[in-house]
Design a protein around this ligand. Structure first.
Ligand SMILES: Cc1cc2nc3c(=O)[nH]c(=O)nc-3n(C[C@H](O)[C@H](O)[C@H](O)COP(=O)(O)OP(=O)(O)OC[C@H]3O[C@@H](n4cnc5c(N)ncnc54)[C@H](O)[C@@H]3O)c2cc1C
Length: 509
């Protein structure tokens, strides 16, 4: 890494201010994790200032993950916390901080219960998600593909006087935001945090820019950084996570929110970046009737017609392989018996397929989304791969299907479907980036650390800023885990700091 990156240098320190204000707890960023931190600190009696560069709080997404909340309890679902923590830790190849994952798994249920009760009291509903990644019938697969029913969805009731949104996480944001206002939290919108202010090694506040000029915001107990990941900073992405630049689509919004400014401010204040490889949140985007990579697991080939991945529709398996494919191309291929195959792979999802699915499939052919040919040679020509290779790949794959044992890539037998009856179909696997959570090294209290692993006094991270929680891949083991850890740590850090404490009860000195 050259020293040319802005976060590696040192800015001219800001020491002239046009105004000053102070609070017990200062939160930077009014996304979901920041608003929850502010709400929790205000609920615990602290004075709170939230700095947000946009003109309102923002949330996106649907699922908010939690383990063993009142809702799961009501549904008779009990998740083994040790198993859940172990699997998430394993997905990060043991690069992450196991203690943080355990804290999330052990505390998120209690935290979620608090917000479910708050939501129900305010007239909202909350349900467990059963769609997309929340699969109910993968229980007998091995650990790699386990998905627990952790996704909580906040919603409005019929007739409730709240603007409707497809991003259900906004309802939780609204509930927490309104409650924080009731408890006196102050929001400084259209205000950009520029630098952290340090005295004797302790972070004592934030220098911000607003319409009045440069202001000093003093934090008596500490500063909580909640500025999100690095999703919109191309230089950081290239540096830390080049693979994320190969997606077909960016689903991320609002543009300009996650520029990595919080990370840069922390680095200038002596903080270390997480040592983990980032875990971008990348979804397959084939929202077509047969949904390869998200709903179904068809044979997939690269531009040379060779098979190169485990196609099980467990995110992020398919997109990881696709983002590393030569020419950035991967084709899912299936045959005319797709309805039978789909039923075999995904019996529950199959029963929800519309009756006119074959008609919808042909519509995708007409629109060019799906390619179709009577023979494999014809299909190869349409997708521009060598026909001999495609035929050899299909032959090998069909042999593995007959053996019921995919020795090449380990796709479970249930998802292996022969590709032997024309006409044949193909569609491109596409990947979209939702978010790239990546940030600073933290300790077990989510306190941001120096390069030699000492917590920086007065400085904490929550949400996408918090490093060391996910690594390499964002797994769907605990659907909604990104929001979930933001909410959980937002609450744990916010409530503790309100009392001048760390999460573990030690003084926040
Ligand atoms: C379309 C979409 C769907 C998603 N779906 C899900 C899902 O279903 N489940 C899930 O778990 N996750 C989902 N995610 C990911 C998740 O929404 C984000 O990772 C999450 O919002 C991170 O929350 P945060 O509070 O850390 O950061 P953010 O929500 O990004 O908030 C950070 C805030 O900090 C502000 N800020 C930044 N820099 C400064 C500065 N210098 N000064 C002042 N303010 C600043 C920004 O303006 C922003 O408002 C989805 C993401 C997207 C885009």
């Amino acid at each position: 890494m050259s020293e040319a990156h802005v976060w590696q240098g040192q800015p001219e320190p800001i020491d002239h201010f046009d105004g000053q204000c102070e609070a017990d707890v200062v939160v930077v960023g009014a996304g979901l994790s920041g608003v929850i931190a502010a709400q929790s600190a205000a609920e615990a009696g602290a004075s709170v200032i939230v700095i947000e560069k946009f003109d309102k709080p923002v949330a996106h997404g649907i699922d908010v993950g939690a383990v063993n909340s009142v809702l799961q309890d009501r549904a008779g679902i009990h998740i083994d916390p040790l198993e859940a923590a172990r699997l998430v830790y394993q997905w990060g190849q043991q690069q992450t901080n196991y203690h943080l994952i355990r804290l999330f798994v052990d505390k998120s249920g209690e935290v979620m219960t608090h917000y479910v009760e708050m939501a129900e009291e305010a007239g909202y509903t909350v349900r467990l998600n059963t769609e997309a990644t929340a699969r109910a019938d993968w229980d007998n697969l091995d650990d790699r593909y386990r998905m627990f029913r952790t996704a909580h969805v906040f919603d409005v009731r019929e007739g409730q006087d709240v603007p409707k949104t497809k991003w259900n996480a906004e309802y939780l944001l609204r509930i927490a935001y309104e409650d924080s206002l009731k408890n006196g939290a102050q929001y400084m919108f259209d205000t950009q945090a520029l630098q952290l202010l340090k005295e004797d090694g302790r972070v004592v506040g934030v220098a911000v820019k607003d319409a009045q000029g440069i202001e000093k915001i003093v934090a008596k107990n500490g500063v909580i950084m909640a500025t999100g990941g690095i999703t919109d900073n191309e230089e950081m992405k290239e540096c830390f996570c080049p693979m994320s630049q190969y997606v077909d689509l960016n689903a991320y919004f609002p543009r300009g929110a996650n520029m990595g400014e919080g990370q840069t401010m922390c680095a200038w204040a002596g903080a270390a970046w997480s040592r983990c490889y980032p875990a971008p949140i990348i979804h397959p985007v084939n929202f077509t009737p047969l949904g390869p990579g998200i709903d179904s697991s068809w044979l997939t080939v690269d531009r040379d017609g060779n098979r190169f991945m485990n196609e099980t529709a467990y995110e992020p398996l398919v997109t990881n392989a696709r983002l590393n494919a030569p020419g950035n191309v991967a084709w899912a291929v299936w045959d005319s018996n797709y309805m039978d195959h789909y039923k075999h792979m995904e019996p529950i999802k199959f029963s929800a397929l519309p009756e006119n699915t074959p008609e919808l499939v042909e519509k995708c052919v007409e629109s060019g989304e799906y390619k179709k040919a009577e023979t494999l040679e014809g299909l190869a020509e349409q997708i521009d791969v060598p026909a001999d290779n495609l035929k050899a790949t299909v032959e090998r794959y069909n042999q593995l299907v007959r053996d019921g044992n995919d020795v090449d890539f380990g796709v479970p037998e249930r998802f292996l479907s022969p590709c032997e009856q024309g006409p044949y179909y193909a569609t491109k696997i596409r990947a979209e980036l939702l978010a790239l959570p990546y940030g600073m090294r933290v300790d077990n209290n989510s306190q941001i650390c120096t390069h030699d692993d000492y917590p920086i006094s007065g400085l904490y991270a929550v949400g996408g800023m918090q490093g060391d929680f996910f690594a390499n891949s964002y797994p769907v083991t605990l659907p909604g885990a990104d929001h979930g850890r933001g909410v959980t740590f937002g609450r744990l850090v916010g409530s503790a700091l309100a009392k001048g404490q760390n999460i573990d009860g030690t003084p926040a000195v």
